[in-house]
Design a protein. Structure first.
Length: 220
């Protein structure tokens, strides 16, 4: 499945390019009109509606080209997603992974393909470390003495679990309460990384044992 994984990484590159075009168009409108349109509003603009925001023909042309490029990237991204999904849906592991709060279609495919055979990881700690969800601080006598190599592991898997943690803390009540308790004691990003680590450990056991997600066992 490595070639499928590489295709999904290519999709991420196109998503970044689409975001860059969106932010550029949003910035152009702001500079020329003083208006601050949301990303959702910018996405819904048609070619003709763009003319309402620009007096210069050259600037309008540039804005229309950015919009057209966004549409082309959308088409390519959707085609890639359909291609990868058709090859992941047959896997029983994919069905298990997507029972986890915060993990939808794209994140499920990413986690499954970036993980590979779960047998590669002897223990759950090895998997958490590979997903960059283990803190690398070196502590001596209660004081920080530096950090280890935080860039070890898989950055794509790390991004997927942090994003999953973000959505899980919004939509799953038990995880949301756990996150809010952590936020009272730790910085927001540390609390979110803690949730990501919990999800990482849960997914390891799910893939290892073939069981669906259990929020009580993971966050109880």
């Amino acid at each position: 499945m490595r070639h499928i994984r590489d295709l999904l990484r290519r999709r991420l590159l196109l998503v970044k390019q689409r975001t860059a075009q969106l932010l550029s168009l949003q910035s152009m409108i702001g500079r020329h009109t003083g208006l601050r349109l949301s990303s959702h509003q910018v996405k819904r603009l048609t070619q003709d509606e763009l003319a309402l925001y620009f007096e210069s023909a050259a600037t309008l042309f540039a804005a229309q080209q950015s919009r057209q490029l966004m549409l082309q990237l959308n088409t390519q991204i959707e085609a890639m997603e359909a291609f990868v999904l058709a090859r992941c849906q047959e896997s029983e592991h994919y069905a298990l992974i997507t029972t986890t709060p915060g993990i939808g279609k794209i994140l499920g495919m990413t986690i499954l393909l970036e993980t590979g055979p779960i047998e590669r990881f002897a223990q759950v700690g090895n998997y958490s470390s590979y997903a960059r969800c283990v803190f690398t601080d070196k502590i001596s006598n209660g004081k920080s003495k530096g950090k280890g190599n935080a860039k070890n592991g898989n950055r794509y898997l790390a991004m997927a679990f942090v994003e999953a943690a973000h959505y899980a803390t919004i939509w799953e009540p038990t995880i949301k309460r756990y996150y809010q308790r952590k936020c009272k004691k730790k910085p927001v990003m540390v609390a979110k990384k803690t949730v990501a680590n919990k999800l990482t450990r849960a997914c390891y056991h799910m893939l290892k044992n073939g069981t669906a997600f259990d929020v009580t066992r993971a966050f109880g």
